[in-house]
Design a protein around this ligand. Structure first.
Ligand SMILES: NC(=O)c1ccc[n+]([C@@H]2O[C@H](COP(=O)([O-])OP(=O)(O)OC[C@H]3O[C@@H](n4cnc5c(N)ncnc54)[C@H](OP(=O)(O)O)[C@@H]3O)[C@@H](O)[C@H]2O)c1
Length: 374
């Protein structure tokens, strides 16, 4: 193979607040020659996930959701052996949160353009890229071959992706939901939230979503939620009082921050707070520190449950089979918002982290999707 270069986004500096385009540097890199077991992939879609933000270097105080310490190396970054809990200045920007050898940690899909793995041929579509780059050397052992005639290839990042799996595992494993209970779901129009909303409806719960904007809220009620509170236009506490006069059985928390406390205060006895994500806190140390009075946990016999989807890889095949089946039967809705062009990737992440998106799973189309018929 002749030497090939590719464009790649690297982290340009420690980031203040929501990362913007200036926080990334678009660079050229020479791809290493393929070793046995590797394939060269042309990236077609990058999945955007808010969970990469706490791994990025912070210019100011780090919120308590960020792992690791320090603002990162300023020079000489070497991302050949990436730290799973932290990204440094100069490193390639990750699409998946953890660059492990599990297919679950992939973050991009694409097409094989050269292969030294017996299981992958040139022309195959695969899931398993990890970085914001146009071509990538991927370990075949950590990639999945896709069948575009069964499902659209980007389903790996959305419908069957890690965020949807997070919603599925969080609901099925930790909510301990019963028909007739009331569940409140924040970021309800997002990739995790829309899965939880639909699973809860299917089980006969009363579902109240919270989302930012009338259009996103209309999508959530279209999924079957009884109501959706527009956090940009309504007093969320007053709306919860109106919509849940007897309280909340389960709060599925995707955002943390002020909304977490509003829902927590309204949990019923034996209520459950499921701590899935803290997007409101990822960009600043400020909003994370609302504090939850722990006496209420005792008095109301609450259950507070955090979880990390990567602990549940054994359930991934069952999730994929169930969701693909529901999708083919038309029993599941899924929304995605596609940004066109590789250079839109930083903006897509900024929109995801600020809520300035149209809801659904955010994707960037990096190169033509030639898997589509016609
Ligand atoms: N526990 C795990 O293993 C695991 C795995 C994957 C993801 N997660 C977490 O699950 C959560 C949802 O992920 P996702 O991929 O589905 O993301 P998402 O909901 O598509 O995107 C984040 C959303 O958070 C909301 N938001 C942003 N800033 C906010 C603020 N200041 N206050 C309230 N809401 C705000 C916005 O939605 P609205 O404008 O509609 O409110 C935004 O669109 C994230 O926190 C993610 O990190 C956890």
């Amino acid at each position: 193979m002749t030497e090939q270069t590719t464009r790649v986004y690297r982290i340009a500096r420690p980031v203040q607040g929501v990362p913007g385009p200036d926080d990334f540097e678009l660079t050229e890199m020479t791809l290493p020659p393929l070793r046995p077991g590797q394939v060269l992939m042309r990236t077609i879609y990058i999945g955007i996930a808010p969970g990469v933000r706490p791994l990025m270097p912070y210019a100011g105080g780090r919120p308590d959701v960020a792992q690791g310490a320090g603002a990162g190396r300023l020079a000489g970054a070497d991302d050949d052996v990436p730290n799973p809990t932290r990204m440094n200045v100069g490193e390639r920007m990750r699409a998946g949160t953890v660059p492990s050898d599990s297919p679950l940690s992939g973050g991009t899909v694409g097409r094989v353009v050269a292969s030294r793995h017996p299981g992958f041929a040139v022309g195959d579509y695969i899931f398993g890229g990890r970085y914001w780059q146009e071509h990538e050397v991927v370990e075949g052992a950590a990639a999945l071959r896709l069948d575009p005639s069964a499902l659209p290839i980007e389903a790996e990042l959305g419908l069957l992706g890690r965020s949807a799996f997070t919603g599925w595992i969080g609901y099925r494993r930790f909510c301990h939901a019963r028909p007739g209970e009331t569940i409140v779901v924040s970021a309800a129009s997002g990739a995790v939230g829309m899965m939880v909303v639909q699973l809860a409806k299917a089980q006969g719960l009363r579902v109240i979503g919270i989302s930012g904007g009338a259009e996103k809220c209309a999508f959530v009620t279209g999924l079957g939620a009884e109501a959706c509170i527009d956090r940009n236009a309504e007093d969320v506490g007053a709306a919860l009082d109106r919509l849940c006069p007897e309280g909340i059985d389960i709060y599925f928390d995707n955002v943390g921050g002020a909304i977490q406390r509003l829902a927590y205060d309204r949990l019923k006895p034996f209520g459950r707070l499921i701590v899935c994500g803290m997007t409101a806190a990822y960009n600043t140390a400020g909003e994370a520190d609302v504090g939850l009075p722990s006496g209420i946990i005792l008095a109301k016999r609450l259950r507070v449950q955090g979880f990390v989807v990567l602990d549940h890889g054994d359930d991934y095949p069952a999730f994929r089979a169930e969701i693909a089946d529901l999708w083919r039967k038309g029993a599941l809705s899924f929304r995605q918002h596609v940004y066109e062009g590789f250079t839109q990737t930083p903006q897509a992440l900024a929109d995801c982290l600020s809520g300035a998106n149209a809801g659904g799973k955010l994707l960037v189309r990096v190169s033509p999707d030639d898997s589509r018929p016609g």
